[in-house]
Write a protein that binds this ligand. Structure first.
Ligand code: CO
Length: 292
């Protein structure tokens, strides 16, 4: 599974390489029941831009990429619409995405005016000062709206629930080269959360993992699919993931190599809870963007 003639990396060398690799969150991939409805909602209620759209009739699906800036520098959402499927099950494991804005009240007012559903009115978090709100998109995906000074990356969180937080932290540190940015235990509310990512929390997208006391099993549903992360070398990255899965669980679901027809090199794997991650070759990804 390593590239031609490559010597397998020792565990230390692998970890060192992994931390030097320029990884970045590219996009979150999930399914929606009506592409135009979601595009309208995200552009009007959230202020996202439609970045690209493609229809693949021979495989009976279309997708659309939306975000707050160009894909070569921003985290975006990749929506998938499968012909004829208008409803999906989100499951209990998926938590939310998050959008940072300088004025949560104004943001939420706009969502309400456009007919969007607000599930938690804006206000300070319990026992804290930061202002948040929650809104729900037409398919039921939750978006946390977070008050934050101007940030280069407004699309700032993917929250997933996990059954063993310390194991998940080790997995994402080792397999994905992420840094643990923050870990907070809230015994009064019976949960612990961890923020992991590739830069400081206020200037980047983070993976927010939540552990609810004594809950180890969640349903995955069929709506949320995966998060994609760029790498300079899918072969080396896969070698590291493979070693980490032997220790912590999870598994490679697609060996590294080019996707037939597109030639973008990828590898994909599941974390110990079964959440899927795809590594995408950064040079191939940028080439794909140029072809649009
Ligand atoms: Co959150």
């Amino acid at each position: 599974m390593s590239s031609e003639g490559a010597v397998p990396l020792s565990a230390d060398a692998a970890l060192e390489w992994s931390h030097k690799d320029k990884k970045r969150f590219l996009h979150a991939v999930y399914r929606v029941g009506d592409l135009q409805r979601t595009i309208k909602f995200y552009t009007e209620c959230f202020g996202m831009k439609l970045l690209r759209q493609r229809d693949i009739p021979e495989e009976k699906y279309s997708n659309a990429f939306l975000g707050f800036g160009p894909e070569d520098s921003h985290f975006v959402v990749e929506l998938t619409y499968n012909y004829g499927v208008d409803k999906y099950e989100i499951g209990t494991g998926f938590g939310h995405f998050a959008i940072a804005t300088e004025d949560v009240y104004k943001f939420v007012e706009n969502v309400s005016e456009k007919g969007g559903k607000v599930t938690r009115e804006p206000g300070p978090v319990k026992g804290g000062t930061s202002v948040i709100a929650f809104v729900q998109d037409p398919d039921g995906y939750l978006f946390e709206i977070i008050q934050r000074d101007h940030t280069p990356e407004p699309l700032c969180q993917v929250m997933l629930r996990v059954g063993n937080l310390d194991k998940s932290i080790r997995f994402y540190e080792k397999a994905c080269g992420m840094k643990l940015l923050r870990k907070v235990d809230r015994p009064a509310h019976k949960y612990t959360l961890a923020m992991l990512g590739y830069a400081e929390e206020h200037e980047t997208t983070v993976l927010e993992l939540t552990y609810n006391y004594d809950v180890t099993e969640y349903t995955k549903g069929n709506a949320y699919a995966q998060v994609a992360i760029s790498t300079t070398d899918v072969y080396k990255s896969a070698e590291i993931v493979n070693a980490v899965t032997q220790e912590l669980g999870g598994k490679i679901t697609r060996q590294p190599g080019p996707i037939p027809g597109i030639n973008t090199k990828i590898t994909s794997f599941l974390d110990p809870d079964g959440w899927k991650v795809v590594f995408v070759d950064n040079v191939d990804f940028l080439k794909e963007l140029e072809q649009v």
